[in-house]
Design a protein around this ligand. Sequence first.
Ligand SMILES: Cc1ncc(COP(=O)(O)O)c(C=O)c1O
Length: 322
Amino acid sequence: MKENMKENMNHVSPNPSEANKNSTLLVYVNGTWLPKQEAKVSIWDHGFLYGDGIFEGIRVYKGYVFKLKEHLNRLYASAAAIDLTIPHSPDEMEDLIIETVRKNGLKESYIRLVISRGAGDLGIDPRKCKEPTVMILADKINLYPEELYKTGIKVMIASTRRNPPDSLNGRIKSLNYLNNILAKLEHIRAGLDEAIMLNHEGYVVEGTAENVFVVKDRKLLTPPCYLGALEGITRGVVMGLAAEIGFRAEEALLNSYDLYTCSELFLTGTGAEIIPVVEVDGRKIGNGAPGQTTLQILKTYRDYAARYQETPVYPDKKVGVG
Ligand SMILES: Cc1ncc(COP(=O)(O)O)c(C=O)c1O
């Protein structure tokens, strides 16, 4: 792999396994917590063979799981959409997630929760998979370099179009990320930080792993999820916080023209939080530096996450460990 490809891959996704190389990370797999070297799933698992499954990526801030209920709602909605029965109630899942973070003694963490169709045979028939696989991993979070929040990122519009929702709806957080990965390969090859994906009619849908917002006339505009974008938890929080800084947040159909001509542009996601975009397809956004509104939203979001105390990992302690 070329050096610039490696570099570009480094800061685009949280890499929990790197962060915790030397410790004895405990991973939940199908009913037991195992040291990470022993945490394995079958090669017959249809999650591995066909991407048949769903997942969630969740943050822990200061010993509190951020927006766990919202993530679980989305998880169960994704499961319903692919006709997969999760073998635990939402309350049980909540306990398993919290226990996984607690067992690893983490206060700042990234949780990856995967439910796959389970082990079957070589055909794609899901009926052959008798038991879903449930995996929960909580690790230290490898954050995007803080520098990127000061300089902003450069993006391109990918030629790969987002899956049409009547084929594979992007609202399902499924294990099928090949559509997004094809767009990611484009921006890596171009030496850029991220790609924004359009649908077949040229409307902006989302980034490869983030939602998109433009700032225009004291409004925060983001594409509607019916276009096939994931209903991002961070997107929802940002829309809720907009009024706090005197902005209206609205869904709107946006095309490449709107991206090229907006005064500010930013992406949102659990890992990235709010990341400013300063260039699209070689066109400077605003004056080419992160805009004031974006920075205000980033600060408001981080303050909100730091104050958020709905789901404590360590309810008996005032200050968590880790
Ligand atoms: C395709 C896609 N869109 C948007 C997002 C942002 O969603 P959230 O804010 O829930 O992390 C993600 C995050 O994983 C994603 O994979």
